[in-house]
Design a protein around this ligand. Sequence first.
Ligand code: SAM
Length: 183
Amino acid sequence: MRGIEGWFSEDEGRWYARFARALRGGVFVEVGSWKGRSTSFIGRICNANGTRLVCVDHWSGSRDVLAPRYASALAVEDVEAAFRANMSALGIVVEVLAEPSTIAAARFDTASVDRVFLDGSHDGASVAEDLRAWSARLRPDGILAGHDYSFRHPELCAAVDAFASERGLVVRRGPRDIYWLER
Ligand SMILES: C[S@@+](CC[C@H](N)C(=O)[O-])C[C@H]1O[C@@H](n2cnc3c(N)ncnc32)[C@H](O)[C@@H]1O
C-alpha cells in the first residue's frame, strides 16, 4: 500500500489480496510484518471476511543479510509502534504476537490455521524452522506461502525446495518473489 515503507511491490500486493480474499472466516497468519506494508494489502479483506488476522513479528532484527538494515532502523524508531499506528490509520484490526515465529506457532493447535505467509528471517536455518513449525499448524486444506523466493535469497530458496521435496509438495510462483506450496 502506498505510504508504508517495506518490501512488497504493488503486483505482489494484488496477489496477496487475492490470496486473502479466497478465505472466508478462518485464521490467517503473517510472519514478518515490519511496518505493515504487506499487511496493508490484506487487512481490510480479512476483517471484512471475518478472518482472524494474526501478525507475528518480534521487531528485533533477523539472522539474515537484512540484519544491518533492521538494526539501523530499530536504533532510531519504534517499528512495532509504527506498525500498530499504520494498521490503526487504515482501520485494520489485527492480533499481534510480538515474539519469535516458532514460539508464536506453538500457541496454535495442530491443523488450526488456514493460511500462513512467511516473510521473517530469510537465512536457511530460520526458513527451515518456520516451514516446519507453521506447516504443522496448517489445516489439511490450508496453504503456506511466502516472500523472497529469489536469487537474492539463495538460502531461502534452498530451504523451501528441500522442504517441498521432503514433503512431496510443488513450489508454485506468484508475481516477482512470491511462492506457495501445493500438494
Ligand atoms: C522482510 S521484513 C517483513 C517485511 C514486510 N512483510 C513488508 O511487507 O514490508 C521481515 C520481518 O520479520 C521479522 N522477523 C525476522 N525473524 C523473525 C522471527 N524469527 N520471528 C518473528 N519475526 C521475525 C523482522 O523483525 C522483520 O520485521
